[in-house]
Design a protein around this ligand. Sequence first.
Ligand code: SF4
Ligand code: SF4
Length: 251
Amino acid sequence: MGGAALATLAAAEASAAQATGAGAVTTTTKRKFRYGMVIDTWRCVGCKACVVACKAENKTPPGVSYTVVLDGVMGNSPNDKPLFMTKPCFHCENPPCVDVCPVGATFKRSQDGIVVVDYDRCIGCRYCITGCPYGARYFDYGDDYRQVSEKTAWADVPSPEYSQFIKRKENKSPAGNVRKCTFCVHLQDAEGKYDEHGGRWPACAKTCTGHAIHFGDFNDPESAVSLLLRERQAIRLKEELGTNPNVYYLL
Ligand code: SF4
Ligand code: SF4
């Protein structure tokens, strides 16, 4: 999706919210797709391939990582099972990050529930970083990795994010903006569908060595994510806040 398309969607979402008096899309909103993830903590081996795959896909700069892997131990003795949790944006049904944005730059897409940032609108105030209870947003300070080869600088490698293919330039967007996981929305086809077997699938889920990250459409009762939620015990983080995340963890 290009910047103009994002801006148009942002304006439509803002006027719809004004018309209904609603600050955020609620759980009753009917969408074509409801994309989300089911992450199996028993299968995650903590290799961080998802972190690297995301960085390679989205060409994110130093200090910006759309997913991270948290680690800990289940139990009290050193021999207890280690626990790893990969943590992307949860694309919450009631996202507080959206509520606090003063310019409507970040919004939840009505067709699939993916929470995005319009870099043309974002003024870099960082309210959304404060508003997100999951630490899923990052400010782009404009830093770059060192030259990757004699001929190519990291800044010369365009990012496919939002299908905008932006090359990093000093003091130009997305430097100075807040950035976050997009569920690799640029890999959707014109109808908004992904294709796991064709490779058009979020980079973290595609690369996960332990097959711990499951991605799909919760609106489809036969999708892998829907089936896993029916078969296994799952939790979501900080449910008491009412954010209604679209990322579940299997225990
Ligand atoms: Fe917003 Fe944070 Fe929820 Fe993502 S995890 S939708 S950034 S509140
Ligand atoms: Fe909105 Fe950008 Fe401010 Fe975040 S940093 S609240 S996206 S204007």
